[in-house]
Design a protein around this ligand. Sequence first.
Ligand code: ARG
Length: 403
Amino acid sequence: KRVCLAYSGGLDTSVILAYLIEQKFDVVAFLADVGQDEGWDAVKAKALKIGAERMIIQDLQEELVEELVWPAVQCNAVYEDAYLLGTSLARPVIARAMMKVAKQYNCEFLSHGSKCDLSWRGKLSIQRRRRSSRGAYPSSANDSRSGRQALLDYAEQKGVPVTSTKAKPYSMDANIIHCSYEAGTLEQTELEPPADMWTKTVDPLKAPDEPTRFTVHFEKGIPIKLEVGGKTITGSLEIFKAANEIGRVNGVGRVDIVESRFIGLKSRGCYDTPGLTILRTAHRDLEGLVMDSKVRGIRDQMVTFNWTACLYNGMYFSPEREFLHNSIVFSQRHVEGKVNMVAYKGSAFVIGRSSETSNLYSETESSMDTLEGFSPMDTSGFIAIQAIRLEKYGARKIKDGEP
Ligand code: ARG
């Protein structure tokens, strides 16, 4: 029996690995490098030492940025007005790569240590964990409250090296897009997150007094160039990393929210998402200059909300997400131009934008100082027509004695 295990090198998946081996599985350990920045050699050595048949590590960062993050930028994706989907965007890329590896090495089973993403410490997650690893989990770890101690005991008994015994009092999930912090002490929604929790941004209150000025260039709604401090950066990964760095030093992109999970529970989440916060702000601004107003309105109401929901709810590989993706691409055909921005003490704001290709904005047409373009007389008929419906509505209200 061969199983492919999503392995991170941490306590949970190391215990799962030892347990699977105890249950006489051959284990192919798989790790997706989505920019979480860890010592891969040590993780690989650990997996092999515990007894994995092999350990596969794949760098998926570029795929993540180009296939998932750019569409998120293109539709200004945001969940419940705050969460930029940092973890949700990485999941499809990780899952797809893992399936390929499982197939390649003839794995009959899949196993993973997911415990919190849909229902932290909920019964559901335990059930899901059991089912997906076909019962391959120490039963002593099923008691969620004493989970960690049980895991530590089992690790000791199996000679599994435990790297950091002092666990953080919350759960973290990092990738190139963000780091998320959930559960544990954060479950008390009124408590301020500890100052040393944030890993991707400096404290906005302690950010430099000097602002960072920069320019983001877009083509078809995708960032293609970033200029900062006299340097010009191209290439998806490089641009994204440069945006991350601007955001990091200036403390841009921290959010602390209570969000609604797919299964109906509320959950507190903290996220620091420096680069994506900046690029989304730049993109949204450029759309104001170059995007057709009706397309934009329909996109905002129908496409962004639903695309975001697909990602958050784990419905990336669905016909509706593909359908939405195609309309995102269409909506972005003319989103070309550049946006000048400033990052300063926790915020990133726009100070100007331009486009050489768009014909929607015209200084002369829009100017309040000239009468060029159309005659004021043209507007009289327009206003009269608009008023037909409104006059009837007003008359009815008067008749009914409504205020
Ligand atoms: N709530 C977010 C989501 O479902 C982030 C989950 C991250 N997990 C964590 N253990 N911090 O996409």
